[in-house]
Design a protein around this ligand. Structure first.
Ligand code: SAM
Length: 256
C-alpha cells in the first residue's frame, strides 16, 4: 500500500517536471533533489527566515513569481494568508499540486498573472516577496514602483546582480562635466543584456548592489537589512513621490 502510493507520488512529481524549486514534501520526497544550485531555495530561505516575524498570523503576503511555491508555503507555515502570483502555468500546476500535498490549500491561493497586474488592483499586502523576477523584466523600475506601492510592512527583494559590492555616496547634484564619476566601481549601475545570460533571453539586466539599493530608495523604500548576497529587506517609507508619473505610465489616471 505504502509502496504503491509512493510510486504514484514519484510519477506525479515526474509528470510535473522540470522543477526549479526543490520542495521537501511531507512524505520525505523532494521535487528536485539534484538541483544544480544545491538544496534550492532552502539555503536562501535560511538566510531570509530569521529576518521575518516567526508569527505571521494576521498578515497577508504576496509572493511575486512564486514558481512552485516554496516561499509561499514557508510563509503559510508561519500563519500568513498567501497569494502566489506566477506568469507560467507550468509552475502554477506544480504549486497547486504541492499546496495539496502540504495541506495548505486553504491558506495559499495561486493566481496566474504578471507583476504588472499590480497596476490594476487596489489590493495591498503586509509582506511582499519579489524574488528572482526584477532582472527578467523589460520595465524593472516600473515594476519596482508598483511593488513598492503595494507593500504595507515588509518587502523581500532579491535579484541577480553584477559583481561588485562597493557603494559610493552620489553627490546631491552631479555636475555634467563630472560624469566620469559614474565609472567609479561603487556608482549605481545597471548592465543591459541584449542577448542572453546563462542561456536565458529574459535575463535583461544585472544591476550592481549599489543600483539595487538606489532603485529601492527611489521607489520609496527604506532598506532595513541585507540578509545575504543579492537579498534585501525593505519597508515602505510613506507616500510615493513619483505617483503621477507611475499613473501616467500604467494608464490609470484615477489610481492612488
Ligand atoms: C528565477 S525564478 C524565481 C522564482 C522564485 N521567486 C524564487 O526566488 O525562487 C523567476 C520566476 O518569476 C516568474 N516570472 C517571470 N516574469 C514574471 C512576471 N512578469 N510576473 C510574474 N512572474 C514572473 C517566472 O515564471 C519564474 O517562476
Amino acid at each position: 500500500m505504502t509502496l504503491q502510493s509512493g510510486a504514484t507520488h514519484d510519477a506525479e512529481i515526474a509528470a510535473l517536471a522540470p522543477w526549479f524549486h526543490n520542495l521537501h514534501l511531507p512524505d520525505g520526497r523532494q521535487t528536485a533533489p539534484d538541483h544544480p544550485l544545491g538544496d534550492f531555495p532552502a539555503f536562501k530561505w535560511a538566510e531570509i527566515a530569521p529576518h521575518l516575524p516567526a508569527d505571521l498570523d494576521g498578515w497577508n503576503a504576496l509572493d511575486i513569481g512564486c514558481n512552485a511555491g516554496f516561499y509561499s508555503f514557508e510563509l503559510a507555515r508561519r500563519g500568513a494568508r498567501v497569494t502566489g502570483l506566477e506568469i507560467d502555468d507550468h509552475y502554477l500546476d506544480q504549486a497547486r499540486w504541492a499546496a495539496k500535498q502540504f495541506g495548505v490549500a486553504d491558506r495559499v491561493a495561486f493566481r496566474h498573472g504578471t507583476v504588472y497586474d499590480l497596476a490594476r488592483t487596489h489590493e495591498r499586502w503586509d509582506l511582499v516577496l519579489f524574488m528572482g523576477v526584477l532582472y527578467h523584466l523589460r520595465y524593472p523600475l516600473l515594476a519596482l514602483d508598483l511593488v513598492a506601492r503595494t507593500v504595507q510592512r515588509l518587502l523581500v527583494l532579491q535579484t541577480l546582480t553584477m559583481p561588485g559590492d562597493q557603494r559610493v555616496e552620489p553627490p546631491a547634484d552631479l555636475d555634467i562635466e563630472e560624469r566620469e564619476r559614474m565609472l567609479e566601481p561603487g556608482w549605481p549601475k545597471v548592465a543591459f543584456v541584449e542577448r542572453k545570460l546563462a542561456g536565458d533571453k529574459t535575463n535583461w539586466w544585472a544591476p550592481n548592489a549599489a543600483a539595487v539599493e538606489a532603485m529601492a530608495r527611489s521607489a520609496g523604500l527604506e532598506i532595513v537589512a541585507h540578509p545575504g548576497h543579492e537579498i534585501w529587506l525593505c519597508r515602505p517609507r510613506g507616500s510615493f513621490v513619483h505617483a503621477a508619473e507611475l499613473r501616467a505610465a500604467v494608464g490609470a489616471p484615477g489610481e492612488e
